[in-house]
Design a protein around this ligand. Structure first.
Ligand SMILES: [Zn+2]
Ligand SMILES: [Zn+2]
Length: 391
């Protein structure tokens, strides 16, 4: 869906470059890096910041240098990110000196130059239970390098860190191959030492973790946990994006992101799905969708097209959620991102007349307020019914 658009954009850039080169105004720098914005709107009162709080570099088991993470984040439209190398798993330590604060220090200036917010973090990497936990907004990673995992989490919390449980649905790490909430997690939770949980990690969505997050009022996050260059795992040039956490922040700053995370103002953008509370998903949908001809005339059982424009990049997948007495409408329809879609409605009664407001009920299957619970929406139109005399 996105690739056509990208090809068009690149073609235009190429033409512009050629013209400038011919005019002698532009050097050999024509293949300058470009950033592709993530088209998901802000919501009333908050900016929608696109974030990834989990990734690795050569300072643990990743395959890239920290500044490459900055370059990728910028090109892929992120606003903020955290490099969270493992503390306890350092397979490159013969070649790269294990210094836990170095990834942040190396990337910091580069992030600043590109207007990105870089957050200092680390991954506490232990067997299950409790498994892996990310701590972000750290001041110093070194105090987390201790034997007992409880001391590591305590050291993070003492620095005011936001701590979340990583990939709780990664069953290979589970002793019996099943996702489980262990007494160790209860202990962390009850101490106020676990603030969030990954409901999406890499390419997996974990409905069970989503359920736990709702029950226990944990902040939901979704992250790439990328180890490779991101383009090896996500074909960005073909319109594929990494999973990201949408943070609804009062402003664009580290402190505002931290405040929003502790206040649980997040959603997760995974493939073509948004996961999050209704109060955040609904305004995103409402701001994305516009009915271009909201007043139409239907003659008898005749048909008419409603033009629905979607300014976001998400393809909203609508399924009918009820019957409308006066008109027929498609049982399912996809409102493609960055497109206008025709939605055909038809009259059901020859003799109906007068103007009525019609509300067509749908569920958006890829806006998940809870596991398997698509957001309920209505397409609202004004219909002027004109009776047609029987033949
Ligand atoms: Zn991990
Ligand atoms: Zn990781």
């Amino acid at each position: 869906m996105q690739s056509g658009l990208l090809i068009k954009r690149r073609f235009c850039a190429l033409v512009a470059c050629s013209v400038l080169a011919i005019a002698g105004l532009y050097g050999s720098d024509c293949l300058a890096a470009t950033r592709v914005e993530v088209k998901i709107p802000d919501i009333p009162g908050y900016l929608t910041l696109k974030c990834d709080f989990h990734m690795h570099t050569v300072f643990s088991d990743g395959r890239v240098w920290p500044t490459v993470r900055v370059e990728e984040a910028w090109r892929e439209g992120l606003d903020a990110f955290a490099i969270t190398d493992h503390i306890e798993y350092l397979p490159h330590k013969r070649d790269v000196r294990p210094e836990f604060n170095r990834p942040y220090e190396i990337a910091r200036q580069s992030a600043k130059d590109k207007g990105l917010i870089l957050i200092r973090g680390a991954e506490i990497t232990r067997d299950m239970p409790p498994g892996h936990l990310n701590a972000i907004f750290l001041k110093d990673v070194n105090p987390l390098d201790v034997n007992d995992w409880k001391d590591a989490v305590k050291a993070a919390v003492e620095q005011g860190a936001f701590v979340f449980w990583n990939h709780p649905g990664w069953t290979e790490q589970q002793p019996d191959g099943k996702s489980q909430w262990y007494p160790e997690h209860t202990e962390l939770y009850e101490k106020g030492w676990m603030h969030g949980i990954e409901v999406v990690n890499e390419s997996s969505y974990y409905p069970l973790a989503h359920k736990w997050a709702l029950e226990k009022k944990l902040t939901i996050v979704g992250n790439s946990d990328v180890h490779n260059p991101t383009n090896l795992d996500y074909e960005f040039h073909k319109g594929v994006h990494r999973p990201m956490t949408l943070v609804f922040a009062k402003e664009r700053s580290t402190e505002a992101i931290k405040e929003a995370l502790f206040a649980r103002r997040t959603a997760v953008y995974h493939e073509n799905t948004l996961i999050g509370k209704e109060k955040y998903l609904r305004p995103i949908y409402d701001k994305s969708i516009e009915i271009l001809n909201g007043e139409v005339t239907v003659k008898g059982k005749g048909k008419v097209n409603i033009r629905v424009h979607n300014s976001s990049e998400i393809d909203y997948e609508l399924a009918a959620d009820g019957i409308v007495e006066e008109i027929s409408a498609p049982r399912s329809i996809t409102l493609y991102g960055d497109r206008t879609v025709l939605l055909a409605i038809g009259g059901k009664l020859e003799m109906l007349s007068g103007t009525r407001q019609i509300r067509i009920p749908y569920r958006v299957r890829n806006l998940l307020a809870a596991p398997d619970e698509g957001l309920r929406v209505e397409l609202v139109i004004g219909v002027n019914f004109v009776a047609v005399e029987g033949k």
